[in-house]
Design a protein around this ligand. Structure first.
Ligand code: 5GP
Length: 347
């Protein structure tokens, strides 16, 4: 047994210090990024915020809304759509706003390969998601997909430490997904004791990835636009959001009314609800269980998008970052919590 004494931080443990700035208005800030992916060689341009591959979030309706919005946000389309629906959905336009998601199951891989045969060359980016990004089987899976599809941009995870980020990048991953335990409907920390404070995970993993010409996506734990700014400030290239995009018209979920208020059910992808819904499925998503919550119905996602993008622009203005790319360089975090290493996260 070993105890690591170093301070590890979550989003709530810090604030970003304002800095002298020559920017006049938040309108002057460019919050899109341009990346060239290490392995696929493809380029990305847009706001690097991704809707998580979860029911109620990573939907086709969400991808269409992001396309309409025009800022270049993307959706990791959840893996539970039937093949035919995926074939109908993907075209030259929708592909721009979508990551095709798969887990490490035979049926996911089969469905994906059938899709690739039926629509060769259409998809440009995929998201590989497993319960445990630390397993050797996952590294082999990544290598296999990379070998078969050299031109695809691969995002894969989740992990929280630099050495595993490096191993995944060397195995063929373009964007490593970072986060174990911080999700809003995740109970991993409670059920297993496993986790890592998310801001520190982002800072450490970004450093490891950038050293190898790779990228990271901070996944989970953002509850307000300020958290997204902190993730980018900590070095994240992409930020993935679940709960913040849930409960909208685009969630493809039923809106229920109780006592004059409207609600939508939102649940983790390894929760009982998800298991029941996708029956036959096992809890192979993320390390351990998820929970089911009722959240307020929030209407069209367009308003939420405005809040998120506005918050991000404003954060850049406060530190004098004319482009999102500069935010991390101009970020000084102030520690505001007294307790060390208190893990809050999802619950
Ligand atoms: P949020 O933005 O809601 O805080 O976090 C979203 C992330 O939570 C997802 O992208 C995914 O990584 C994670 N997640 C989603 N469902 C589950 C689940 O059932 N269990 C766990 N452990 N994590 C989940």
């Amino acid at each position: 047994m070993r105890i690591e004494e170093g301070v590890k931080l979550d989003f709530k443990d810090v604030l970003i210090r304002p800095k002298r700035s020559t920017l006049v208005s938040r309108k002057d800030v460019d919050i899109s990024r341009e990346f060239k992916f290490r392995w696929s060689g493809r380029t990305f341009r847009g706001v690097p915020v991704i809707a998580a591959n979860m029911d109620g979030v990573g939907t086709m309706a969400m991808a269409r809304a992001f396309l309409k919005d025009g800022n270049g946000l993307t959706v990791a389309v959840h893996k539970h759509y039937p093949l035919q629906e995926l074939l109908d959905f993907y075209n030259r336009k929708t592909v721009l706003a979508s990551w095709y998601s798969i887990g490490m199951t035979e049926s996911d891989e089969k469905k994906f390969e059938s899709f690739m045969k039926k629509k060769p060359g259409l998809i440009d980016k995929i998201c590989l998601d497993v319960a445990n990004g630390y397993s050797e089987a996952f590294v082999d899976f990544v290598k296999r997909v990379r070998e078969r599809h050299p031109g695809l941009t691969i995002m894969a995870g989740n992990v929280v430490t630099g050495e595993m980020v490096e191993q995944l990048i060397l195995a063929g991953v373009d964007v490593v997904k970072v986060g174990i335990g911080p999700g809003s409907v995740c109970t991993t920390r409670k059920m297993t004791g496993i986790g890592y404070p998310q801001l520190s995970a982002v800072i450490e993993c970004a450093d490891a990835a950038h050293g190898l010409g790779g990228l990271i996506c901070a996944d989970g734990g953002c509850t307000v636009p300020g958290d997204i700014a902190k993730a980018f400030g900590g070095g994240a290239d992409f930020v993935m959001l679940g709960g913040m995009f849930a409960g909208h018209d685009q969630s493809e979920e039923k809106v229920v009314e109780k006592d004059g208020k409207k609600y939508v059910v939102f649940y983790g992808m390894s929760s009982d609800t998800a298991m029941k819904r996708h029956k036959g499925g096992v809890a192979e998503y993320r390390a351990s269980e998820g929970k089911t919550v009722k959240i307020h119905y929030r209407g069209d996602v367009a308003d939420t998008l405005q809040d998120i993008l506005g918050g991000l622009r404003s954060a850049c203005t406060y530190v004098g970052a004319k482009k999102l790319k500069e935010l991390s360089k101009r970020t000084t975090f102030i520690r505001v919590s007294q307790q060390l290493n208190t893990v809050f996260g999802g619950e």
